[in-house]
Design a protein around this ligand. Structure first.
Ligand code: IMP
Length: 184
């Protein structure tokens, strides 16, 4: 099955501007944006430039102990002290909700004044842990998605659009879509 465009570059940019406006309006007194590496990089970079307040920016990287185990650990931590500050976690996609639930708990344990979440994509149908997501770009159906930060085996992050991929095809050959997506 050929990959198809789910969200175009223009649709992404318009959602990013909307989200930047919503966050700027909600946090006039400042906010700490904590982006979750690596998938949120293009989203974070575009959103930052569309914001009208001056946020503090930091990054966190986490990894699962085992897929679906619900247990995650911090690989790279933030440097900013979040105590007493309003924090927004910036995610590429919220799927089961396990990552977001863990991060929110961790930041609250560090005495953040508030912790909200902003995700480009919300795949609510696969949620295991109910978790609020205050700022949502797009709610999507149960497709595996690639592009605009999202990867399969580290490929496809640098596409300017979000496409749907067939996991069976990608498992067989992670580079299966490279030629069709990057040429012509
Ligand atoms: P959660 O903990 O299940 O909500 O997983 C969130 C993380 O899984 C995201 O930050 C992504 O890194 C990854 N992920 C989930 N679904 C996809 C997908 O469709 N494409 C690429 N990465 C995904």
């Amino acid at each position: 099955m050929a990959p198809s465009v789910l969200i175009s570059a223009a649709e992404l940019q318009s959602a990013v501007r909307r989200l930047a406006g919503e966050i700027s309006a909600a946090y006039e007194d400042g906010v700490v944006l904590v982006a979750v590496l690596k998938g949120s990089i293009p989203f974070m970079a575009d959103m930052l430039r569309a914001m009208t307040v001056v946020p503090l920016v930091d990054f966190m990287s986490i990894s699962s102990y085992a897929p679906g185990s619900g247990r995650v650990r911090i690989i790279k931590d933030i440097d900013v002290d979040v105590s007493g500050r309003d924090v927004v976690i910036v995610e590429d996609i919220v799927d089961t909700g396990l990552t977001l639930t863990y991060l929110r708990g961790e930041l609250l344990r560090r005495d953040a004044r508030s912790v909200a979440a902003c995700t480009l994509l919300d795949r609510t149908v696969r949620r295991i842990v109910p978790t609020p997501v205050e700022f949502v770009g797009f709610t999507i159906d149960d497709h595996y998605v690639l592009g605009y930060g999202l990867d399969y085996a580290e490929r496809y992050r640098n596409l300017d659009r979000v496409i749907t991929g067939d996991l069976a095809v990608l498992q067989n050959d992670p580079d299966a879509y490279v030629e069709i997506l990057y040429t012509g």
